[in-house]
Structures are given as C-alpha cells and as structure tokens.
Ligand binder design. Structure first.
Ligand code: NAP
Length: 311
C-alpha cells in the first residue's frame, strides 16, 4: 500500500507533535510515524516544572495535549510501525514499513534519543532484574530497597530523587565530585536524607544471582575497588540519537547526532531534524517543540517551492 504525503515526520514526541501541528496548520498533508506508541520520552516523566505555562504538569498529560493539538489540524498518525527501510535521498523520499510505503516530499526527523549504556559486565544480563533505564516505570518495585543511580546530569539527579519516594536509600554514583545537573535540582538532592553521593566513582561490574545484588565500584582518583550492596541500579549517563534506518545518510557528529542549520535543515535537501536527535546545546521539551515549529515552517516553504517549480 502506497501512502503519499507532503511531509512525513519520523517520531511522535514533543518535537514531532509540534512539527506535525505546524505543518498541518501550514496546509500541507502530514503524517507522523513512530516505531513505538506516541508521546516520546516525556511520557515517562512523572512531572515537568519547566514547560512554560505549566508550573507543574505530568509528562504523559503534556504529551496528550501536544497530540490533541496536532490532531486538531489533521495530522495522520501511524504508531507502532516496523521500519524496513528509509531512503532520505530519493525523490520522493521513501519510508517502507511492514504496513505501507510512505512517500514524502519532505521528511522531518524527530526520532529523539535513547539512554546510553554503561557497557559493563552484568548490565545487559540483569536488565529487568535490577537494571533499569526508567525510574518512573520501575521505581515502585523498589519499595524499602536500596538502589543506585549512575550519572550526574539532570536526569540522574531528578530520577534519583524520584526513587527516594520508594527506596530506603538511593546512592548517586558520579565519576566526578561535582554534579552537572541544574543548581536548583542539586540543592534539593543535597537536602534529601535518603540520598548518598558516591563521588569520583564509576561502576565496573554489576553482579547478582537471580537479580542484582552488588556493584563493583572503582574510585577513579585512588583506583581503589569496592563493593556496594544494592537491589537495583539505574544508569542515567546521557543519551544517544535514534538514527536506526538512516544512520550515515546525512551529516552527523561523532556520536551520531544530526547536524542542522538554524532552519533545522540537514545536509539533504528537504530533510529536517528537530529535537533531541540533532546537535543542539539544550535538550528540553520546550526546545524540542521550538525546533519542531521551525523545521515544519521550513518544510512547508520547501513543499511550496517545489510546487512553484512544477507549475
Ligand atoms: P547529561 O546531561 O549528558 O549528563 C550525563 C551524566 O552522565 C554526566 O554527569 C556525565 O558525567 C555522566 N556520564 C557520561 N558518560 C558516563 C559514563 N560512561 N560513565 C559514568 N558517567 C557518565 O545527560 P542527561 O542527564 O541524560 O540529560 C540529557 C539532556 O536532557 C540534558 O541536556 C539535560 O539537561 C536534559 N534534561 C533536562 C531535564 C530538566 O530540565 N528537567 C531533565 C532531564 C534531562 P560528567 O558530568 O562528568 O560529564
């Protein structure tokens, strides 16, 4: 089955929904395709308190509002698609899934990012049995238990704080002696009595029997090894872009994030990248939404310019 659109947006998170709303409101036919359910990363955030206009709102609720807003202007949505191939260079651009072949004049990539792995022995073995990348999803399993979070950014500190609602103790293991997280987030964490900071340290191995029991920790200053007894570990050490299916087709940085200009245009004509998947100094819901708006406005202009040429 062939489906033709002026623009196909890959990814239904905040950047994709904002792009969808702007593109369809700009009167071009618009589809959003996602390999998962729609909503993106914020759907898993318990609460956001830095999206303008909402002093506090649940991540899932905010994404529902984004989706309703895109729906209002007629975006067609295709969640849970199994991608077979993506050709960004051809004219039209072609995205084949097991359900359909999508043809588009422009593509807006809004595929977001995924958690980085620690890449230590035991990590993959114990996923779902003590290793988790989603505190909101799995935190409740750790009532009165001891857990560790790895990392020092906003995600690590915020998720560690969230885990203190359940766990009796939360270690935060960070490779330096200073956090990267915003100061306001740090201050709250330092005041929380259930938090204990393990500075200048990295996890070398995750050990267990049926489930995780112990972390092998190295102090990077003294090279001393020690063991920490935990029931669970949540690595929050940063993100990598979701570029499966089109990796290498366009200009990317050393980690794979897509290089764009200020109009969100990538190195391929008619292809835009918005949100966490692109090289950007700030990855927030508000910046993802802003990127989506800019990318969609330029995608609309691109479609209009194609129509002028063919008339
Ligand atoms: P991040 O800001 O890149 O922080 C990653 C943390 O993990 C850093 O502290 C880093 O240490 C550490 N790290 C990196 N590689 C490591 C390794 N191999 N082993 C041990 N530690 C390692 O990532 P993030 O916290 O996931 O946040 C991603 C983006 O989303 C950021 O822009 C962040 O501001 C944003 N975000 C914002 C909010 C919010 O505003 N509410 C919430 C969540 C995320 P170093 O500090 O030494 O580099």
């Amino acid at each position: 089955m062939i489906k033709e659109f002026d623009t196909v947006i890959l990814g239904g998170g905040p950047a994709g929904f904002a792009a969808g709303m702007y593109a369809s409101r700009g009167a071009i036919s618009t589809a959003i395709i996602d390999v998962n359910i729609l909503g993106g990363q914020p759907s898993n955030y318990l609460e956001l308190e830095n999206y303008p206009g909402f002093s506090a709102i649940g991540g899932f609720e905010l994404m529902e509002k984004f989706e309703e807003h895109a729906d209002k202007f007629g975006v067609e949505k295709f969640p849970m698609q199994e991608i077979e191939s993506i050709d960004l260079v051809s004219i039209p651009k072609i995205i084949k899934t097991t359900e359909a072949e999508f043809r588009a004049k422009t593509v807006i990539i809004a595929t977001g990012a995924k958690p980085m792995k620690l890449n230590v022995p035991g990590e993959l073995e114990y996923v779902g049995r003590g290793v988790s990348y989603c505190a909101v999803c799995d935190g409740a399993f750790y009532k009165d238990k001891v857990v560790a979070v790895v990392g020092g950014g906003n995600s690590a500190v915020e998720e560690a704080m969230y885990l203190t609602k359940f766990a009796s103790k939360v270690y935060l293991i960070h490779r330096r002696n200073e956090l990267r997280a915003d100061k306001i987030v740090q201050e709250r964490a330092f005041k929380n009595e259930k938090m204990e900071f393990v500075w200048d340290s990295v996890v070398r191995e995750i050990k267990g029997e049926n489930c995780v029991t112990t972390l092998l920790i190295e102090n990077v200053k003294s090279a001393e090894l020690s063991e920490l007894s935990v029931d669970g570990v949540f690595p929050y050490i940063g993100i990598l872009p979701n570029v499966d299916g089109f990796n290498g087709q366009l200009e990317q940085d050393s980690k794979g994030f897509i290089v764009t200009d200020e109009t969100m245009k990538t190195s391929i004509d008619g292809v835009y990248a918005v949100g966490d998947v692109r090289v950007t100094p700030l990855r927030q819901v508000v910046t993802a939404a802003s990127d989506g708006a800019i990318g969609a406005v330029y995608a609309v202009r691109y479609v209009e310019s194609m129509e002028e040429v063919t008339v």
